[in-house]
Design a protein around this ligand. Structure first.
Ligand SMILES: Cc1ncc(COP(=O)(O)O)c(C=O)c1O
Length: 390
């Protein structure tokens, strides 16, 4: 029986049907179980920073797992501390907490903001403001900060004290942030919402209002972090400094990890406030450190910028493309005729994997190792597909 049939019989029904069974990957290429090759512009949803099958995180993981794979947070281990030091150095922030996913990182950041808020402003200071179009994860707190009734309604009641404001309305944001606000949670570029770039004006207004009211400004860099937008972290492009950032996806190039980085808060977590069994496990931390080394040594951030520019300018010249938005290798293509899902299927049939992030937009988030020939192939294939639909 096929993997798809077997999976359909035993896996829960929370995901839509999956079109392919993938068996192997190398760089930006993946192969399915029928031997077909695809150019992968999904990268495990912006995760596989170094491309598939990169030896660096695999070797680091294997060696550390064979030496000391997991110890829990009852003990120190060198790889987790080294990873915290590296991330603090890269971000200019001062403290790290490790977990296992993006949702968990946001969950921890929300708790950090509430712990801090109560400390500086009393019990009422627990409100969390986020933006319409936001996606922060599927756990209950992260979901409360996420936008979209279809994702949330079946799971009500969600935690109280969350509010979303329109993503381009600076006045609404200012009005929503007040003495009761503990934290403001923003993706600098909204990923799942459609690759929506949040304006510097709004980010600056959030910074000023957080300063005025003693709230923490939290940037969700789960998707934008680790070089994807052409900087280590997207906030470094805007110049607006957050108090906290959350990371996951690209941090260990496919190994499960999440992280929260914060400035040194006198009113941060106390022992016992928060934790997770696997967070910062030596084996995963070693894989993350190896990933960061390759990103730096191979100038993948420069590559993300150069290849992102090439991708965006090429896509803009394709007939049928109404708009291209994003930064670096986090790009959305708005299709003049809509039907992003249909176009994604047609691209797949021609050997290119993308995902339809809205009804009319495709999202392109390839590994950061993508080269010019692969970028040109992606553009040419989209041109062929759109021309055939004319
Ligand atoms: C910006 C952002 N935050 C949080 C998450 C949730 O991450 P995870 O799926 O690892 O829980 C995602 C996932 O797509 C994301 O894009």
């Amino acid at each position: 029986m096929s993997i798809a049939r077997r999976g359909g019989d035993v896996m829960m029904t929370n995901y839509p049907p999956r079109p392919l069974t993938l068996v192997r990957g190398q760089g930006c290429w993946v192969w399915d179980d029928a031997g077909n090759r695809y150019l992968d512009l999904v990268a495990g949803i912006a995760v596989v920073t170094l491309g598939h099958g990169h030896p660096a995180p695999a070797t680091a993981l294997a060696e550390q797992a064979a030496t000391l794979g997991h110890v829990s947070n009852l003990f120190w281990s060198e790889p987790a501390v080294a990873l915290a030091e590296r991330l603090c150095e890269l971000s200019g922030l001062q403290r790290a907490f490790f977990c296992n996913s993006g949702a968990e990182a946001n969950e921890a950041a929300i708790k950090l903001a509430r712990r801090h808020g109560r400390e500086v402003g009393g019990d009422g200071k627990h409100h969390i403001v986020s933006l319409e179009g936001a996606f922060h994860g599927r756990t209950m707190g992260a979901l409360a900060a996420t936008w979209g009734a279809s994702k949330k309604d079946p799971f009500e009641p969600l935690p109280a004290g969350f509010q979303q404001v329109p993503r381009a309305d600076v006045e609404a944001l200012r009005a929503a942030i007040g003495p009761d606000t503990a934290g403001v949670l923003i993706e600098p570029i909204q990923g799942e919402g459609g690759v929506n770039v949040i304006s510097d004006e709004l980010l600056m207004a959030a910074r000023a209002a957080c300063d005025e009211h003693g709230a923490l400004l939290i940037f969700d860099e789960v998707q934008t972090g680790i070089g994807r937008t052409g900087a280590w972290f997207s906030f470094q492009r805007s110049g607006v400094r957050p108090d906290v950032i959350t990371l996951a996806k690209g941090l260990a190039s496919g190994l499960p990890i999440g992280a929260v980085l914060s400035r040194d808060l006198a009113t941060g977590f106390r022992p016992g406030d928060h934790g997770t069994t696997y967070g910062g496990s030596p084996a995963i931390a070693a894989g993350a450190l190896a990933t960061l080394d390759v990103v730096a040594d191979d100038d993948l951030i420069g590559n993300a910028q150069r290849m992102g520019d090439r991708l965006a300018s090429g896509l803009r010249s394709v007939p049928g493309v109404a708009d291209v938005r994003g930064a670096g290798l986090m790009v959305a293509v708005e299709l003049a005729a809509g039907d992003a899902a249909g176009v994604a299927v047609a691209l797949r049939e021609r050997g290119v994997l993308v995902n339809a992030v809205t009804e009319s937009a495709l999202r392109l988030i390839p590994p950061l190792v993508i080269d010019a020939d692969q970028i040109d192939l992606a553009i040419a294939t989209l041109q062929t597909v759109l021309a055939a639909r004319d």
